[in-house]
Design a binder for this molecule. Structure first.
Ligand SMILES: Nc1ncnc2c1ncn2[C@@H]1O[C@H](COP(=O)(O)OP(=O)(O)OP(=O)(O)O)[C@@H](O)[C@H]1O
Length: 245
């Protein structure tokens, strides 16, 4: 579903690569947690997968699309297949839960419909169903600025789900949440992942969450993959290598 070949990212002015990946491939059904200490390249990696960051060299394929070699318009189309959730939610605080979730349809619609905020009955019904799936039915008309962090992330997930993605990407989606809420969010992500047969790739700081939920753990260090296997193989030694200075 996603393949990377010889991908590197070097930021302007840097004298080393922030990311340097020989070869990786992910298939539908994988639930991947990406670990690594601060600065290891996790965000750069996720941003490359959804085309927010163009690699300095190498190739990334999403299904048959080489997303590293397509126009901005084609990239926009390819991105419809990828839902993305963020550490700071990236919601519009003054708008309601329903309005925020409906923005998940924007990749599919004309700029004109987006501009005037017109949504079909079908889109509204789908949004209602997804808001119910993430447990926020009672709050559909509440402004997002009045929600807790966990509730905001549920809105972020619902917005991503309305895109009907094949791939769900997360850039530290639980880093600003307490442990109990983080665990609930991961449970929800795993449930949706299984129900819809997604490929899920999430950066996470909490190793225990990765051990509990991932089908595969990838650890990055200095932009390179230093571990890639099932959670049961992520030993104390692998942990030490990942997080030592
Ligand atoms: N826009 C940028 N310009 C220059 N350097 C950058 C930029 N973004 C990231 N870097 C550098 O690239 C390296 C990898 O950063 P990245 O944000 O991908 O790491 P990370 O593992 O996500 O870290 P964290 O867990 O702290 O979010 C770091 O050395 C960082 O300073």
């Amino acid at each position: 579903m996603i393949e990377l070949h010889d991908v590197s990212v070097r930021y302007p002015g840097a004298n080393t690569d922030a990311l340097s990946i020989k070869s990786l491939s992910f298939k539908q059904g994988d639930f991947i947690c990406v670990l690594g200490k601060s600065g290891a390249g996790k965000s750069t990696f996720i941003r490359c997968l959804n085309g927010l960051q163009r690699p300095s060299s190498g190739e990334i394929y999403l299904a048959d699309n080489q997303i590293t070699a397509i126009s901005t318009g084609e990239l926009r189309k390819a991105r419809r297949e990828m839902g993305m959730i963020f550490q700071h939610f990236n919601l519009i605080p003054r708008l309601t839960v329903m309005q925020n979730v409906l923005t998940g349809t924007f990749g599919y619609r004309s700029s004109f419909k987006n501009l005037i905020g017109w949504f079909s009955r079908d889109e509204i019904e789908q949004a209602k169903q997804i808001i119910s799936d993430v447990g926020l039915s009672e709050m559909a008309n509440r402004k997002v600025e009045n929600l807790s962090g966990g509730q905001k992330q549920r809105v972020g997930i619902a917005r991503a789900m309305l895109q009907q993605p094949k791939v769900m990407l997360g850039d530290e989606p639980v880093s600003s949440l307490d442990p109990g809420t983080s665990s609930h969010i991961f449970k929800l992500l795993k449930e949706l992942h299984l129900r819809l047969g997604l490929l899920t790739v999430i950066n996470v700081h909490d190793v225990e969450l990765a051990r509990r939920f991932a089908t595969r753990i990838i650890a990055l260090k200095d932009g390179k993959v230093i571990f890639d296997s099932i959670p049961e193989h992520f030993s104390t030694e692998a942990y030490r290598k990942t997080y030592e200075s």
